[in-house]
Design a protein around this ligand. Structure first.
Ligand SMILES: Cc1cc2nc3c(=O)[nH]c(=O)nc-3n(C[C@H](O)[C@H](O)[C@H](O)COP(=O)(O)OP(=O)(O)OC[C@H]3O[C@@H](n4cnc5c(N)ncnc54)[C@H](O)[C@@H]3O)c2cc1C
Length: 397
C-alpha cells in the first residue's frame, strides 16, 4: 500500500549533522519521555503536526495525539513539547530535502499496479471499471480501501491474505459532490476529508467522525470500509440511518441505490453482491426543523469503540407533537437496529418527558444486548434508554 508514497521513520528525523528534530528536542527539554516505550510514536505524531500546522491550537494538539497512548509520563509535558516545537516559519532545514522527494514521488507513474509474490497477489486499479472487472475475476479477493479494519487480520491473526484488491488508487471513489438537495460522498473518501463537507449541514455525522478512532485512522479509513464491515458497532451506521442515507452499489453491468435501512441484513452481512462495490454514500439534505443527533457511549472519548451508540431523527409539528421519529442504535443487537416499537408509539404523541419515559421502557424491552469485554448487558440497556432521555432533554422546547 505504500508504493508511490514516502515512508518516514523515527530514525530518519535527525538532520545531516545528527541533530535532533525540533519535536524530538522539545520532548527532551519538556521531559516528555519517561519509560520511552511510547516515545517514537508520539514523536512521529508531533512530526506530522509540525509539518501540517504552524502554532497549533490546544484542540489541534490534543487531536493530533489521540492515536498515541502514554501510561507513565502523562500528557502534560508532551502537549507542552508540541506547543513549543510546532511554532516555525516557512521551510526549515528539516524540510529542505522535501521538494526533491516530492519530485521523485511525482515521477512514479500513477498506473494500475499488480504485485505477485509466491503467496500473494496485490492488485491496485486506478479506474472503477477496472476494479469492477477485478472483483468479478477474483471473487475470493479481499477488497480494501483504507485497510484499517482488514489489516487487523494480518497484525492480530497473522493471516496471509492471498488476493487483495486495493481501491485506494481510484480517484473516482474519492469525490464529494454537493448539490442543493443531496451530498454524495465517494466510498473511498477518507473520513478526515469528508468531515470538511459535513460540519455545517450534517453536524451529527461530523460529531460522530470527530470521536471516530484517531486522526491517523480517520486519515485513511473510508465510508465504504465502515459500511463494508457492517459491524454492529460501526459508528457511521446509526447516524447515517438517521439522515436517511442511501448507499450506491455498482457492478460491471448495473448500478443501484439502496436505503441504508435495508443495506445490512445480518451479522456483518449486507445486500452487496460479490461482484458489486460500494461506490458512494448519498445524504439527502434536511428540511428546516428536522433534528438529527448522534451519541457515542464508550470508555473514553478518543480511540475507543462504541459500547452503545445512537442516531436519532425527529420532526415535531407546531403543537410539539411527534410527526416522524427514527431511533437507530448501535451495539444493542447483531446489527445496527431501530427501536421500531418505540418509534411507532411516539407518532402523534406530545414530545413530553412522561411520553419519553414510556418509550424508554419500550426500548428496554425491544433489545436483548449481550455482555462482553466492553460492558454488561444491563449497562447497555440502561445506556440505550438514557440516550433517548438525553435526546429529549436536548431537543425539548
Ligand atoms: C485503531 C482503530 C480504531 C478504530 N476506531 C473505530 C471507531 O471509532 N469507530 C468505528 O466504527 N470503527 C473504528 N475502527 C474500524 C475501522 O477503522 C473502520 O471500520 C473504518 O471505517 C474502515 O474503513 P477502511 O477504509 O479502512 O476499511 P477496510 O479495512 O479497507 O475495509 C473494511 C471492510 O469493508 C470492505 N470494503 C471496503 N471498501 C469497500 C467498497 N468500496 N466496496 C465494498 N466493500 C468495501 C472490505 O472488503 C472490508 O470487508 C477502528 C480501527 C482501528 C484499527
Amino acid at each position: 500500500m505504500i508504493h508511490g508514497k514516502q515512508l518516514v521513520t523515527v530514525e530518519n528525523l535527525k538532520n545531516g549533522r545528527g541533530e535532533l528534530h525540533p519535536v524530538q528536542q522539545a520532548m527532551v527539554e519538556t521531559n516528555g519521555s519517561q519509560c520511552g516505550y511510547c516515545t517514537p510514536g508520539f514523536v512521529m505524531s508531533l512530526f506530522s503536526l509540525y509539518k501540517n500546522k504552524n502554532n497549533p491550537s490546544r484542540e489541534e494538539i490534543d487531536d493530533s495525539l489521540t492515536g498515541n497512548l502514554c501510561r507513565c509520563t502523562g500528557y502534560k509535558p508532551i502537549v507542552e513539547a508540541a506547543a513549543t516545537a510546532c511554532v516555525h516559519h516557512g521551510m526549515d532545514e528539516f524540510s529542505e530535502h522535501q521538494p526533491h522527494i516530492a519530485t521523485l514521488l511525482k515521477s512514479i507513474p500513477r498506473e494500475s499496479l499488480q504485485l505477485q509474490t509466491g503467496e500473494q497477489l496485490y492488485l491496485r486499479p486506478t479506474k472503477l471499471s477496472e476494479a469492477l472487472s477485478l472483483v468479478r475475476l477474483h471473487p475470493d479477493a479481499f477488497v480494501i480501501s483504507g485497510a484499517t479494519d482488514v489489516a487487523l487480520r494480518v497484525t492480530k491473526k497473522h493471516e496471509i491474505l492471498k488476493e487483495i484488491i486495493d481501491l485506494s488508487g481510484i480517484d473516482e471513489l474519492k469525490s464529494v459532490s454537493d448539490k442543493s438537495d443531496v451530498l454524495t460522498i465517494g466510498a473511498g473518501t477518507s473520513l478526515s476529508d469528508a468531515m470538511v463537507s459535513l460540519r455545517i449541514e450534517f453536524p451529527a455525522l461530523f460529531y460522530m467522525l470527530s470521536v471516530f478512532g484517531s486522526q491517523q485512522i480517520r486519515n485513511i479509513a473510508t465510508f465504504g470500509g465502515n459500511l463494508g464491515t457492517a459491524s454492529p458497532i460501526g459508528d457511521t451506521l446509526p447516524v447515517l440511518m438517521a439522515y436517511n442515507a442511501k448507499v450506491n452499489l455498482s457492478s460491471s453491468s448495473k448500478r443501484r441505490e439502496v436505503p441504508l435501512d435495508e443495506f445490512v441484513v445480518g451479522y456483518r452481512k449486507t445486500v452487496r453482491r460479490p461482484d458489486e462495490l460500494i461506490t458512494a454514500v448519498v445524504l439527502p439534505k434536511m428540511k428546516n426543523g428536522t433534528i438529527v443527533k448522534s451519541y457515542k457511549v464508550s470508555k473514553r472519548k478518543d480511540l475507543d469503540i462504541s459500547t452503545v451508540s445512537g442516531g436519532f431523527r425527529l420532526d415535531l409539528d407546531e403543537n410539539n407533537v411527534v410527526e416522524n421519529i427514527k431511533l437507530a442504535y448501535g451495539g444493542m443487537a447483531e446489527t445496527t437496529k431501530r427501536a421500531s416499537k418505540a418509534e411507532t408509539f411516539f407518532v402523534g404523541k406530545a414530545w413530553h418527558r412522561e411520553i419519553v419515559e414510556e418509550a424508554m421502557a419500550l426500548v428496554g424491552r425491544e433489545f436483548s444486548p449481550i455482555s462482553d469485554a466492553r460492558s454488561g448487558a444491563e449497562f447497555r440497556s440502561v445506556a440505550a434508554r438514557n440516550l433517548l432521555l438525553k435526546f429529549w432533554y436536548e431537543t425539548a422546547k
